[in-house]
Design a protein around this ligand. Structure first.
Ligand code: GLN
Length: 448
């Protein structure tokens, strides 16, 4: 309960302090956006467990604008794959404004999907049998990210459609260059609708948390996009999400983020939470003034910078010897690269002194999680040990994930040890045939 109160208090305190910050200007190039209340200010945060926190105007409606871009990019990646998408839209920071004509010389390929040019192409890539179907799929995807059915603010859509000459011009330029194919007016129309989808800061925090959580919506539990897709979107947000402020943002805040001209801003702390801020006044780059300050502070206070050293890996590994011929290696906690490397090095030390027909028990009963690459590393090592003639047994669910032979996986360490000792005893040659010279030269072999 204490942690719950602490997060709410931190948001409330930040909200109170930043609500008085002046500066910035409400976007007015889309006339309808100029009607926004410059004092509106909401913060929302959603944890990986789906816990929701908010302060201020977190339920005030706003249009999603550019914050839609990473989510539609996610949809394109999930549908078409990385190669097909990057063939049409790059992944390089443009170092320019969101509406810049950032097209690769020669190909006309837009620099990245977080600027308007790249977003218009990305939207046009969403597979659909009819024009109406494309936007319906985009809206369904944004709704799945938010965990509720979203709709379009028709007034904002109409307002941008009436005045969006620059985006139309960009789209025609790209068609001229060959990077945008198909119906230009339709592509721009779908893009304007996508930007006019109505959300709240609370929705945006759920959407950000879904990207931070590997593509699974932490509130509804629905898998929205594959984990690898979410990871890739976060990478592009980290380098390109804040337009020409992206480098400074990565330096100071260090979180994948995306801002929009309505005053929306999201940031994702991978495997931790998603956060959203809503405050209409924008800085000269087009990012919301209060939102940027809020995220800067939160990142610093909770040490969220992506490059922050996470501290020692949490898994612990222990080893000991049972009798003369059986080693026991035990690991606890999550197994990922660092802890798996630690486990494999303990395993190598543990088997070094064993006789050639010895045995090893790998007790992973208290391992909480094994990623695929780690399981493969351990499996490879165990296979090599078995080829060398050692008897290998594993314990627990994680044990079953790393040992190919289910007959050698046990529910308890006692049963594994008993079985292993029995196998080793049966395999051991009679005492009179022991020839100490056989294994001479094996380093650190205490048996001989
Ligand atoms: N940065 C933004 O939010 C821009 C989105 C807006 N709909 C535009 O295309 O101009």
């Amino acid at each position: 309960m204490a942690a719950v109160g602490a997060v709410s208090r931190a948001l409330a305190e930040l909200h109170a302090r930043l609500a008085v910050v002046d500066g910035g200007a409400v976007a007015d190039y889309i006339p309808q956006l100029a009607l926004a209340d410059p004092a509106a200010f909401g913060l929302a945060l959603v944890s990986m467990d789906g816990h929701r926190y908010s302060a201020g105007d977190a339920l005030a409606p706003l249009t999603i604008q550019s914050v839609s871009k990473p989510f539609v990019y996610a949809l394109a990646l999930a549908e078409l794959g990385l190669d097909a998408v990057t063939a049409r839209v790059g992944a390089e920071p443009s170092g320019e404004g969101f509406n810049a004509i950032s097209l690769e010389p020669g190909t006309g390929r837009p620099a990245n999907p977080m600027i308007n040019a790249g977003a218009i192409v990305t939207t046009s890539l969403i597979p659909a049998d009819s024009p109406g179907e494309r936007f319906a799929r985009i809206l369904a995807c944004l709704s799945a990210f938010a965990g509720r059915q979203l709709d379009v603010d028709e007034a904002v859509y109409a307002s941008e459609s009436r005045t969006g000459d620059r985006n139309r011009a960009l789209a025609y330029l790209m068609r001229g260059a060959g990077s945008l194919t198909g119906d230009v007016e339709q592509a721009v129309d779908d893009y304007f609708r996508q930007c006019a989808v109505r959300v709240t800061a609370a929705d945006l925090a759920v959407m950000a948390a879904t990207l931070a959580g590997g593509g699974v919506n932490p509130v509804t539990g629905e898998p929205v996009v594959p984990e690898l897709t979410a990871e890739r979107v976060l990478a592009v947000m980290a380098t390109c999400g804040m337009y020409d402020a992206a480098g400074d943002w990565l330096l100071r805040v260090g979180l994948p983020a995306k801002g929009g001209v309505s005053g929306a801003l999201i940031a994702c702390s991978p495997a931790r939470f998603g956060i959203a801020a809503y405050s209409p006044p924008l800085d000269p780059v087009g990012n919301p003034v209060r939102g940027v300050l809020a995220l800067r502070e939160l990142s610093e206070r909770y040490a969220l910078h992506l490059m922050h050293h996470p501290g020692a890996a949490p898994a612990t590994v222990a080893r000991d010897l049972h009798g003369e011929s059986v080693a026991l290696v035990t690991a606890q906690g999550p197994l990922e690269f660092t802890t798996t490397e630690r486990l494999l090095s303990a395993l190598a030390d543990a088997v070094a002194p064993l006789p050639s027909a010895g045995g090893v028990v790998l007790d992973l009963d208290r391992v909480t999680r094994v990623d695929g690459a780690s399981a493969a590393m351990v499996r490879e090592e165990l296979t090599a040990l078995r080829r060398r003639g050692l008897t290998v047994a594993a314990v627990g669910e994680a044990g079953a994930a790393v040992l190919d032979d289910p007959d050698h996986v046990f529910g308890t360490r006692e049963r594994a040890l008993a079985w292993c000792e029995q196998q080793v005893a049966a395999a051991e040659p009679p005492a009179e045939l022991h020839r100490p010279g056989d294994l001479a030269g094996q380093p650190g072999d205490p048996h001989w």
